[in-house]
Write a protein that binds this ligand. Sequence first.
Ligand code: GLA
Length: 399
Amino acid sequence: MDKSSDQLREVHVPHHLAGVFSSHFGANQNVRIFRAPGRVNIIGEHTDYNDGFVLPAAIDLYTWAAIAPRSDRLLSIFSENFGESAEIDLDERFPKSRDHWTDYVRGVAIMLQKAGVPLPGASLAIYSSVPLGSGLSSSAALEVSVASALLAVSGHTLPLPEVARICQRAENEFVGARVGIMDQIASCVGASDKAILLDCRSLNYELLPMPAGVTMVICNTMVKHEHSGGEYNDRRAQCEEGVCNLKKYYPQIRALRDVTLAQLEAHRTDLPELIYRRCHHVVSENERVLQTVVAWHKGDWAQIGKLMAESHVSLKRDYEVSSRELDLLVEAAAGRSGLIGARMTGGGFGGCTINLVNNASVAGFTDAVREAYKNALGIDAEIYVTTAGAGVSEVHGNA
Ligand code: GLA
């Protein structure tokens, strides 16, 4: 996929989605459209649920939700991506997740109501250009766009960090994936040409300007990951086991965020080897995020590239969330002209790599990586040449 054709399509989405909405739910309704972005993480992987630091950016791929209120108690939904309709009864007494895309919508509706937002019934048409299951937060983009749309028809507003928390709760408590807060916050507060340095404990964040000469190139292994349950939740449990063990020596710690490398090393042999490695990734990754920010302010891109490479190795060896395909894409990028840094991005087990590349080298870089990956695995990688985009917003004018 190349940037210019992709952006052209994005421009037409609201108009198209308004048409889809009328053909499914009837014309002449007061339709409003909301758009929430996916995200890429530059560095700080698997640190968010350890109260740590992350450095993501919202990307210019989005999920759109067109909405109008209904007079009954149903959410009637049409997904343009799946070509599927579904209904959710807002008064259902014992809603259960079904391992289906509608779980995200249902989960958000439940958590909004639990947070005291009285929801009316609504018709919703949804379309996403965020590739699904690719580590670019298609789930958070869906949750945040739907939450914003539902809030609008209910006449309520909530501060963005609260919207993010509600969406995270939907995923944790209803869908069953114990994800952290990074994706939802990035989708809510992203800003054009800015990376977001987020403290996942306080939710305080700082926007760091993306330098004009650097492009984010995202390479998709085309291998989908699965989040609800499984390995992701195991990693989280292993971190909690680490905290539990380390508390015996450092009672004041609440999360791995509070542990220094020196403290961890001092008790290396007191921890099961696997738990030590998981903790080592998280504690060292937190330091790498903070070092990246120092280098960012200095414009020291060589140092940032080095930290990204270390992050990838740590995710591969200590945290064991990389995959052969991700490693191949990182190797295919290494040493290419114009490359600043490359690593896997997102939860892992498939999905994408993030590559920071000097603008002038982007075309040559993408061609070379695509070819190397194809030669190694016979798979055509999709490559998204992105800029850091804005967070969730209502789309005016085109609908
Ligand atoms: C997924 C989760 C995030 C975060 C990343 C790993 O994207 O949704 O909360 O934990 O994995 O950094």
